[in-house]
Design a protein around this ligand. Structure first.
Ligand SMILES: NC(=O)c1ccc[n+]([C@@H]2O[C@H](COP(=O)([O-])OP(=O)(O)OC[C@H]3O[C@@H](n4cnc5c(N)ncnc54)[C@H](OP(=O)(O)O)[C@@H]3O)[C@@H](O)[C@H]2O)c1
Length: 193
């Protein structure tokens, strides 16, 4: 009996029933896997990307799996479109957002010298900034009971389902834990060790 109670408490810890989530860039690879992970555990999820056809295709797939996922077009580089996205999300989720996964980015493997003027927010620098910003958010928002963490995947061969799933499971584990905030968590198979 005690065991049953314990396992029920543990099951609830992983459950995302009644939670809402926004995943930017949810139409492919790591973002797609994160959406599946969150939806499978019961969250209502909203996604965005720049390609409407891709969004609609994904929404059809998720509908057939019984997942509660909505989506809208947003280029996160546009201030106006970000504003519209948040208005949409606020309306769909009635002002309640539990989880935000800032996943969308344009991975770049360029050498520094090969970057153009337009690229000058260089990929590695933005990732460093995200790590620091995560700590700032965690400290500033702890008083409001909001946690902020970053998942730092190692090189993920996105065609390999296993490594993509690991990256998304890392996100879920952080979400389930209540005492982890301001952390940058490497999900990289020991690459950085
Ligand atoms: N794959 C890796 O090995 C690896 C390693 C470390 C970290 N990461 C990080 O993990 C995240 C996902 O990587 P991934 O490999 O899964 O990327 P990906 O396959 O290129 O997918 C990126 C997703 O973001 C969307 N997106 C890109 N630019 C966007 C924009 N300006 N506005 C809105 N949506 C946008 C894409 O859709 P559209 O293009 O249609 O907009 C797509 O849904 C990124 O933050 C990346 O830096 C990846």
């Amino acid at each position: 009996m005690a065991e049953t109670k314990l396992s029920s408490v543990k099951d609830k810890r992983w459950s995302l029933e009644g939670m809402t989530a926004l995943v930017t860039g949810g139409t492919r690879d790591i973002g797609y896997a994160i959406v599946e992970e969150l939806a499978e555990f019961g969250a209502a999820v909203h996604i965005c990307s720049r390609n409407e056809d891709d969004i609609n295709k994904c929404l059809e797939e998720w509908k057939s799996k019984g997942f509660n996922v909505t989506g809208s077009v947003c280029d996160i580089l546009s201030h106006e479109q970000r504003k519209t996205l948040i208005e949409n999300v606020s309306s769909i989720f009635h002002g309640k957002l539990n989880i935000l996964v800032n996943n969308a980015a344009k991975p770049s493997m360029k050498k520094i010298i090969d970057n153009s003027d337009e690229d000058i927010t260089i990929y590695a620098a933005t990732k460093g900034a995200v790590n620091q910003f995560t700590k700032n958010l965690a400290l500033e928002w702890a008083k409001d009971n909001i946690r902020a963490n970053a998942v730092a995947p190692g090189p993920v061969k996105t065609e390999l389902l296993g490594s993509v799933m690991d990256a998304s499971e890392g996100s879920r584990a952080i979400n389930a834990a209540s005492y982890i905030t301001g952390q940058v968590i490497a999900v990289d198979g020991g690459y950085t060790a």
